[in-house]
Design a protein. Structure first.
Ligand code: SF4
Ligand code: SF4
Length: 136
Protein backbone atom coordinates (compact mmCIF):
# COMPACT_ATOMS: atom_id res chain seq x y z
CA UNK A 1 0.00 0.00 0.00
CA UNK A 2 1.04 3.55 -0.54
CA UNK A 3 -0.42 7.02 -0.78
CA UNK A 4 -1.47 8.30 -4.19
CA UNK A 5 -2.14 11.62 -5.87
CA UNK A 6 -5.21 12.03 -8.07
CA UNK A 7 -6.50 14.26 -10.85
CA UNK A 8 -7.61 16.78 -8.20
CA UNK A 9 -3.93 17.83 -7.95
CA UNK A 10 -3.30 21.37 -9.18
CA UNK A 11 0.45 21.34 -8.63
CA UNK A 12 0.40 23.36 -5.42
CA UNK A 13 3.60 21.58 -4.28
CA UNK A 14 2.81 21.93 -0.57
CA UNK A 15 2.96 18.16 -0.08
CA UNK A 16 6.54 18.00 -1.35
CA UNK A 17 7.85 20.13 1.50
CA UNK A 18 6.53 17.84 4.24
CA UNK A 19 7.38 14.42 2.85
CA UNK A 20 10.13 12.99 5.08
CA UNK A 21 11.43 10.64 2.39
CA UNK A 22 11.19 13.08 -0.54
CA UNK A 23 9.14 10.72 -2.67
CA UNK A 24 6.74 13.28 -4.20
CA UNK A 25 7.83 14.78 -7.50
CA UNK A 26 6.23 17.10 -10.07
CA UNK A 27 5.17 15.34 -13.25
CA UNK A 28 7.04 16.38 -16.38
CA UNK A 29 6.29 17.09 -19.14
CA UNK A 30 3.15 18.64 -17.72
CA UNK A 31 1.04 17.89 -20.81
CA UNK A 32 1.61 14.17 -20.30
CA UNK A 33 2.00 14.03 -16.51
CA UNK A 34 -0.13 16.88 -15.12
CA UNK A 35 -0.06 15.96 -11.41
CA UNK A 36 2.56 15.43 -8.79
CA UNK A 37 3.29 11.75 -8.23
CA UNK A 38 4.20 9.64 -5.22
CA UNK A 39 6.87 6.97 -5.63
CA UNK A 40 5.11 3.91 -4.17
CA UNK A 41 8.38 2.11 -3.46
CA UNK A 42 9.66 4.94 -1.26
CA UNK A 43 6.49 6.21 0.48
CA UNK A 44 6.41 5.13 4.13
CA UNK A 45 2.68 5.90 4.56
CA UNK A 46 3.26 8.51 7.24
CA UNK A 47 0.26 10.54 6.08
CA UNK A 48 1.98 13.90 6.48
CA UNK A 49 1.15 14.99 2.94
CA UNK A 50 -2.64 14.63 3.14
CA UNK A 51 -3.47 17.67 5.30
CA UNK A 52 -1.03 19.82 3.31
CA UNK A 53 -2.99 19.53 0.08
CA UNK A 54 -5.39 22.45 -0.37
CA UNK A 55 -7.32 20.47 -2.99
CA UNK A 56 -7.60 17.21 -1.01
CA UNK A 57 -6.03 15.34 -3.91
CA UNK A 58 -4.06 12.79 -1.88
CA UNK A 59 -5.46 9.49 -0.63
CA UNK A 60 -4.34 6.31 1.01
CA UNK A 61 -4.27 3.99 -1.99
CA UNK A 62 -6.98 1.60 -0.86
CA UNK A 63 -9.18 4.49 0.31
CA UNK A 64 -9.17 6.26 -3.06
CA UNK A 65 -12.85 6.93 -3.77
CA UNK A 66 -14.59 5.19 -6.65
CA UNK A 67 -17.41 7.67 -6.19
CA UNK A 68 -15.99 11.08 -5.33
CA UNK A 69 -18.82 13.58 -5.01
CA UNK A 70 -17.91 17.12 -5.99
CA UNK A 71 -18.96 20.14 -3.99
CA UNK A 72 -18.80 22.08 -7.24
CA UNK A 73 -16.03 24.24 -8.61
CA UNK A 74 -13.18 21.78 -8.16
CA UNK A 75 -10.80 21.55 -11.09
CA UNK A 76 -9.61 18.18 -12.31
CA UNK A 77 -6.59 17.90 -14.55
CA UNK A 78 -5.71 15.24 -17.11
CA UNK A 79 -3.10 14.64 -19.83
CA UNK A 80 -3.41 16.46 -23.14
CA UNK A 81 -5.90 14.84 -25.46
CA UNK A 82 -8.30 13.64 -22.78
CA UNK A 83 -11.81 14.33 -24.15
CA UNK A 84 -13.69 17.06 -22.32
CA UNK A 85 -10.67 18.53 -20.60
CA UNK A 86 -10.45 21.83 -22.44
CA UNK A 87 -10.58 24.40 -19.64
CA UNK A 88 -7.48 26.38 -18.67
CA UNK A 89 -6.55 26.66 -15.00
CA UNK A 90 -4.34 29.51 -13.85
CA UNK A 91 -3.38 29.67 -10.21
CA UNK A 92 -0.54 29.97 -7.80
CA UNK A 93 1.34 27.29 -5.94
CA UNK A 94 2.35 27.01 -2.30
CA UNK A 95 5.39 29.19 -2.96
CA UNK A 96 3.54 31.89 -4.90
CA UNK A 97 4.77 30.72 -8.29
CA UNK A 98 2.29 30.66 -11.18
CA UNK A 99 0.64 27.39 -12.17
CA UNK A 100 -0.83 27.04 -15.68
CA UNK A 101 -2.68 23.89 -16.70
CA UNK A 102 -4.33 23.64 -20.11
CA UNK A 103 -6.26 20.39 -19.83
CA UNK A 104 -8.68 20.72 -16.96
CA UNK A 105 -12.39 20.79 -16.38
CA UNK A 106 -14.53 22.11 -13.53
CA UNK A 107 -16.75 19.73 -11.59
CA UNK A 108 -20.39 20.51 -10.99
CA UNK A 109 -21.97 20.30 -7.54
CA UNK A 110 -23.10 16.76 -6.89
CA UNK A 111 -21.19 15.31 -9.83
CA UNK A 112 -19.67 11.94 -9.02
CA UNK A 113 -16.38 10.73 -10.49
CA UNK A 114 -14.25 7.63 -10.08
CA UNK A 115 -10.75 8.49 -8.85
CA UNK A 116 -9.45 4.91 -8.70
CA UNK A 117 -8.01 5.02 -12.26
CA UNK A 118 -5.62 7.68 -10.90
CA UNK A 119 -3.82 5.15 -8.70
CA UNK A 120 -1.90 3.48 -11.51
CA UNK A 121 -0.21 6.63 -12.90
CA UNK A 122 1.59 6.97 -9.55
CA UNK A 123 3.21 3.62 -10.30
CA UNK A 124 3.67 4.20 -14.01
CA UNK A 125 5.46 7.51 -13.58
CA UNK A 126 8.28 5.79 -11.72
CA UNK A 127 8.28 2.48 -13.56
CA UNK A 128 7.90 3.55 -17.17
CA UNK A 129 7.78 7.33 -17.18
CA UNK A 130 10.25 10.12 -16.57
CA UNK A 131 9.90 9.83 -12.81
CA UNK A 132 12.53 7.11 -12.81
CA UNK A 133 15.24 9.46 -13.95
CA UNK A 134 13.83 12.27 -11.75
CA UNK A 135 14.91 10.31 -8.69
CA UNK A 136 18.40 9.42 -9.95
S1 SF4 B 1 -0.31 19.61 -2.31
FE1 SF4 B 1 -2.00 18.64 -3.47
S2 SF4 B 1 -2.24 19.94 -5.27
FE2 SF4 B 1 -0.25 20.36 -4.38
S3 SF4 B 1 1.18 19.05 -5.50
FE3 SF4 B 1 0.58 18.00 -3.63
S4 SF4 B 1 -1.16 16.74 -4.28
FE4 SF4 B 1 -0.87 18.27 -5.84
S1 SF4 C 1 2.47 9.42 3.12
FE1 SF4 C 1 4.38 10.31 3.99
S2 SF4 C 1 6.00 9.25 2.90
FE2 SF4 C 1 4.15 8.91 1.71
S3 SF4 C 1 4.14 10.54 0.19
FE3 SF4 C 1 2.95 11.28 1.94
S4 SF4 C 1 4.43 12.42 3.20
FE4 SF4 C 1 5.61 11.13 1.78
Amino acid sequence: MTHVITRLCLRDSGCVDVCPVECIVPGKPVDQWPWYYIDPDTCIDCGACIPECPFEAIFVEDETPAEFTAQGGEYVSMPAGTPGFDTVYDGENHHGDPVHLEHTRVLEAGETIDLTPDIQPNYDYFEDGPGYSALD
